[in-house]
Design a protein around this ligand. Structure first.
Ligand code: HOZ
Length: 429
């Protein structure tokens, strides 16, 4: 397999782009080698500029749940494009998408659209503070909530990939109200509530996806909500990854927990830049123009993005692929575990619906510390063998793999074959 054209573009990109990328995780920093440049994608497949074709398990880090360029999404977007791109005034489709979202999440009476998951969460945090009149926020190590200053500590995703404890340029003052707890460890949350009486909210990925996939154990989320409420704080669910993915009503529907504030992104825009935050009326009435919490955006509710979101969610509801995801997720889990057994490689696989990933460790991974016991050098070898055998994975141990409803039995065979070769390569290390 050749990567010459990607290599050329990478070197050219270095001149005027930082690291030749526009988001650090794309740089392949922890797996080595040059990042791949993509030419096109369709259905379950993605093609790089050297014409190598892969089964895509990155799916733009989650949004492409129907696979690439689903015909109903493409049709809706093309139709909308002909009417104009952005107006700085409201459109009917914003109301339509808002209704779909509020119907899916019973805890949301109202929603505000923004342009990314980062924006959704930073607004959700501000809203929790506005509603409670308190300042402190508890977050969990290994969870990543976008690149806003206040939450860029002990974070997963690109920071975990690059082994960064936090970000330069974040003033101490910006994180002085951020408290860190451990995922699946209620005691670590309790100790903060015992110490501080000005905690506005606890923010969590209901299923961790930015330290690899980490699933809440037992009744962790229910207990967390109860604990937060007992202390006058809100539960903020960052469902940027899981919203409409774990279930149409997100991880909250599957886990039976209703958050006070929900933040969304990724699938909600079907590949176009959309984020959203929402809550029940008494909370959302704090947002301008109804209330005094200010948040705005020139391109928020962009017509093209709204059309992409509506078409994606409509098709998703029609397909209802959640059982299918369970089935193919199960198969991929077995493929990974059987290959590990065959070649005597220590492996743990975590999965929640259509989010899955392996950790090269014997540990049962339930928090960030355990995720970090994974051998990242083994992951790097595994990653490149998968690439060379036609499977596009996130270039990081700490990013979830995503499944789309476009994946076929034939794709699963490609994944199985590649996994066998990749695991063999790992066993020889
Ligand atoms: N885990 C990241 C977002 N949730 C991946 C995308 C990126 O950082 O580019």
């Amino acid at each position: 397999m050749k990567f010459e054209n990607s290599k050329k573009l990478y070197n050219k990109g270095l001149e005027n782009l930082v690291g030749a990328v526009n988001s650090p995780v794309r740089a392949f920093a922890s797996v080595g080698g040059n990042p791949l440049f993509i030419k096109k994608a369709k259905g379950s497949k993605i093609v790089d500029v050297d014409n190598n074709e892969y089964v895509d398990l990155v799916l733009s880090y989650g949004p492409m749940i129907l696979g690439h360029r689903h015909k109903s999404v493409e049709k809706a977007v093309k139709k909308t494009l002909k009417k104009g791109y952005s107006f700085g005034a409201s459109t009917k489709n914003e109301i339509k998408l808002a209704k779909i979202v509020c119907d899916a999440f019973p805890g949301m009476d109202k929603v505000r659209f923004v342009n990314s998951g980062t924006e959704a969460v930073l607004s959700g945090i501000r809203l929790a503070r506005a509603f409670t009149g308190k300042d402190k926020i508890i977050k969990f190590s290994g969870c990543y909530h976008g690149h806003q200053d206040a939450l860029l500590v002990a974070a997963g995703s690109g920071l975990a990939t690059l082994s960064l404890p936090g970000s330069k340029g974040v003033p101490e003052g910006a994180v002085k109200n951020t408290l860190i707890a451990e995922y699946n460890n209620l005691e670590s949350v309790k100790s903060h509530f015992e110490k501080y009486d000005d905690i506005a909210g606890v923010i969590i990925e209901p299923v961790g996806g930015n330290m690899g996939v980490v699933v809440p154990q037992n009744n962790f989320l229910k207990d967390l909500k109860e604990l937060a409420h007992k202390n006058g704080a809100l539960l903020i669910a960052d469902e940027v990854m899981t919203g409409f993915r774990s279930k149409f009503g997100g991880a909250q529907e599957l886990l039976g927990v209703e958050a006070d504030i929900t933040c969304l992104g990724k699938v909600i825009g079907g590949g176009f830049p959309v984020g959203a935050y929402g809550a029940r009326n008494e909370i959302m009435e704090n947002v301008a123009p109804l209330g005094g919490m200010y948040q705005a955006g020139t391109l928020s509710g962009n017509p093209i993005a709204m059309a992409g979101g509506i078409a994606t969610l409509t098709e998703l509801k029609r397909q209802n692929p959640y059982d299918y995801f369970g089935g193919i997720g199960n198969k991929i889990e077995s493929i990974l575990l059987n290959a590990a057994k065959r070649y005597d490689v220590a492996l743990t696989v975590n999965r929640f619906g259509s989010m899955i990933n392996p950790f090269f460790t014997k540990e049962h991974v339930t928090d960030f510390k355990k995720a970090q016991t994974s051998d990242t050098e083994k992951f790097a070898t595994f990653f490149w063998e998968m690439i060379k055998n036609g499977v596009f994975l996130p270039p990081s141990q700490f990013e979830a793999w995503f499944l789309s409803s476009a994946i076929t039995e034939k794709d699963l065979k490609i994944i199985a074959k590649a996994t066998d070769k990749a695991m063999l390569a790992v066993s020889k290390m």
